[in-house]
Design a protein around this ligand. Structure first.
Ligand code: FAD
Length: 332
């Protein structure tokens, strides 16, 4: 396996910011990942997939490991379910397409999310009322510190809203993910946008749901290959009772949903929009005019400009509503 030096990371992040990686490799197997870890014990490590959920503000003074572990295999079959393993480097939407074509349900609402299979459990990707945690049984990984193979069952992954042990610890390189998918499909009307798109179809097929998700996403979200971005930039904030009361006193119509544990979730997109930031631009960075949660890069290669725009959005929302927006996107 080749170890490259001073590699430009601009093509490897969907915001297209420039930064050099001191070392860069694309191991094709768990064994190659172990080998490279043992060769560079003291370098800082970064596992990289499609780079659709991160950007760089400076050079990365360490080793970028971009797993190239490919392959999809069927592991087990029962009357109702099929267990499938996919390599970390498989394209996420290619894998969803593979499953939908075989009549396997559970991933269809996650169609067209850019990136790799290996990154899907990291932030427990979600869309249209579905989260990947609901169909993952095992995540296979290599421990960056010890070089050992570690398999996490679903409970050990500590999945939560856009969160997991992989995100919390940044200590594991995911090599493959095992999914348990249903052989049957019944559409459940969970998400308004999707229901509207499917309006008129009584019981849509798996393929029709996937196509509807793709149509809605293509309409609403900018294509990062034309207008660089990393999807939803901020997480939906979780509020204490006092924060929720404060928000409702300022904006009585704000969307607020109770969660377990006496906390409340509100919409980051609502807060940004309400603060008048939708469509706002500062130089070559701005909020997408059709979607308040998406920061877009209109032509800078300097990640610091995106970082500073992010901070100004956080400041405005905090000044107006006393709520701190947490980025969903990783800043390196
Ligand atoms: C237009 C657009 C729309 C999007 N829509 C959604 C959406 O609807 N829902 C959603 O949840 N996300 C969405 N995203 C975010 C993004 O697509 C997901 O987070 C995706 O999982 C990122 O995959 P990636 O391979 O590009 O990961 P990267 O960006 O390369 O990495 C993301 C994180 O995962 C880690 N990582 C990557 N690969 C591995 C690995 N093999 N082992 C260990 N750690 C790893 C990285 O270190 C980093 O911390 C969107 C992004 C864009 C650009």
């Amino acid at each position: 396996m080749e170890i490259l030096h001073d590699i430009q990371l601009q093509p490897y992040n969907s915001f297209r910011t420039r930064a050099l990686a001191k070392f860069f490799c694309e191991p094709e197997s768990a064994e190659q990942i172990k080998e490279v870890l043992s060769r560079f014990p003291d370098e800082e490590k970064l596992a990289l997939g499609g780079g659709c959920n991160l950007f760089f503000t400076k050079n990365f003074d360490g080793l970028v490991i971009r797993p190239a572990v490919k392959g999809i295999s069927l592991l087990d079959e029962t009357a109702d379910e099929l267990t499938v393993e996919a390599g970390a480097a498989e394209d996420w939407d290619g894998f969803v397409d593979y499953c939908v074509r075989r009549g396997l349900s559970g991933l269809e609402n996650l169609s067209l999310i850019p990136g790799t299979v290996g990154a899907a459990p990291v932030q427990n990707i979600g869309a249209y009322g579905a989260e990947v945690k609901d169909v993952i049984t095992v995540v296979k990984s290599i421990d960056i510190k010890s070089g050992a193979t570690v398999d996490f069952d679903n409970g050990a992954c500590r999945f939560a809203y856009r969160d997991s042990i992989f995100k919390q610890m940044r200590r594991y390189v995911v090599t493959s993910v095992i999914f348990r998918l249903k052989k049957s499909f019944v559409y459940r009307k969970k998400y308004v946008d999707l229901n509207e798109e499917l309006n008129g179809i009584d019981s849509p097929s798996l393929a029709q749901v996937r196509e509807a998700v793709i149509r809605v996403r293509e309409r609403k979200l900018p294509d990062y290959r034309k207008l660089p971005n990393a999807g939803s930039f901020f997480k939906n904030p979780i509020l204490t009772f006092e924060e929720k009361e404060n928000l409702l006193s300022l904006c009585p119509e704000a969307p607020v949903f109770p969660l377990d544990g006496g906390v409340f979730k509100t919409s980051a997109a609502y807060l940004i929009d309400k603060a008048g930031l939708k469509g706002k631009r500062e130089g070559k960075v701005g909020i997408y005019e059709k979607h308040a949660l998406i920061i877009v890069n209109y032509g800078t290669d300097d990640g610091k400009k995106i970082l500073s725009f992010m901070q100004s959005v956080q400041q405005t929302v905090s000044d107006r509503y006393g709520i701190k927006l947490e980025p969903e996107v990783w800043v390196f």
